[in-house]
Design a protein around this ligand. Structure first.
Ligand code: TZP
Ligand code: MG
Length: 204
């Protein structure tokens, strides 16, 4: 089975990468919203180049056609994106695919396209995204692992203090936004995550 880095940072701009990649980040998602096409493609291209220069892997959120055109390795899709995406084209281009899920129906839908990971969220309450789903809690992680039978990414409201519990519950990788990017010292916080992840037990 594919092994994901246990720390998965999500950034909203390529500028974060100059600051955080030198710390040893290995798995990063670029999640840009609200840019015009040219600005968005420039962000994606810059992020791919920066990650390549540091031996890190970039996952492009939402914009699967840009990800193909610009030579990304991974794309991440939500359920609405998945409904409109050409998954066959993504696969033909050799990209790996991660999919967000929040309910049993959504994981059933996700598994039809045989994704390389499934993300479950929000594990805890998150302020970053307005969502109709109640926090999933840790028990859901074990359940999702059994259903998904592939790498599981846990996301939503996960702080460094909560991370070990999330890993123990079975998450293969933990995706984080605000605990790092809204921290007064993002570099120090990112480094603390990178150090901590080596100490987490693997559930299976
Ligand atoms: N999908 C589910 S929760 C979430 C997304 C994009 C936001 C995660 O952000 P944070 O700050 O780590 O809670
Ligand atoms: Mg999306």
């Amino acid at each position: 089975m594919l092994v994901l880095d246990r720390f998965y940072l999500i950034v909203d701009s390529a500028r974060w990468l100059d600051r955080l990649l030198p710390l040893g980040l290995r798995f990063v998602q670029l999640r840009v919203k609200g840019l015009d096409a040219a600005a968005r493609r420039a962000e994606i291209a810059a992020s791919i180049a920066k990650c390549q220069a540091h031996g890190a892997t970039l996952v492009v959120n939402d914009f699967w056609q840009d990800a193909i055109d610009l030579g990304a390795e991974w794309v991440h899709l939500g359920q609405e994106d998945l409904a409109e995406a050409d998954v066959a084209a993504i696969r033909r281009a050799g990209l790996k695919l991660g999919i967000s899920t929040h309910s049993h129906e959504e994981i059933d839908t996700a598994l039809v396209v045989d994704p390389d990971y499934v993300a479950l969220g929000p594990v805890y309450p998150t302020t970053l995204k307005v969502m109709p789903w109640a926090p999933q809690g840790l028990d859901r992680i074990g359940e999702w692992k059994r259903i998904a039978r592939r790498p599981l990414v846990a996301i939503g409201g996960i702080t460094l203090e909560r991370a070990e519990g999330v890993a123990r519950a079975g998450a293969d990788s933990i995706a984080v936004i605000s605990d790092v990017l809204s921290h007064p010292d993002p570099e120090a916080r990112c480094k603390a995550w990178l150090d901590a992840r080596a100490t987490w037990p693997r559930a299976s």
